[in-house]
Design a protein around this ligand. Structure first.
Ligand SMILES: [Zn+2]
Length: 90
C-alpha cells in the first residue's frame, strides 16, 4: 500500500472524503464540539466530523473526551474495531 493515508488512519477512511466510499460507524454527536465522532471499521481510527471544519483524525482519548460514554456506545454496537494506527505526537 502507498502512503496516502492520513496519519493515524487507513487509506479506506482517508479516501472516504473524496470517494464517499468507506466503512464508517457513527458513534455519536458532541454538542460541545458541534461535531460527530465516527470510527472506521477497517482501521479503528476515530474521526471528528463537523460541518464547520475539515474531518480530523483524533486519538481514542480525545474521542472519549468528546463522547464520555464512548465505551458503552461501542459495546452496544457490538463491532470489533481494530486498534487504530498510532497518531504522531501533536
Ligand atoms: Zn480507516
Amino acid at each position: 500500500m502507498t502512503g496516502t493515508a492520513r496519519p493515524g488512519a487507513c487509506e479506506v477512511c482517508t479516501a472516504y472524503w473524496v470517494t464517499g466510499v468507506g466503512r464508517f460507524v457513527t458513534l455519536g454527536e458532541s454538542p460541545e464540539r458541534m461535531a460527530e465522532i465516527w470510527r472506521c471499521r477497517v482501521c479503528g481510527a476515530y474521526w471528528q466530523v463537523s460541518d464547520f471544519s475539515r474531518p480530523t483524525v483524533i486519538d481514542a482519548g480525545d474521542a472519549e473526551r468528546a463522547l464520555p460514554d464512548l465505551r458503552e456506545r461501542e459495546a452496544a454496537l457490538g463491532v470489533a474495531f481494530p486498534d487504530p494506527p498510532a497518531l504522531p505526537p501533536a
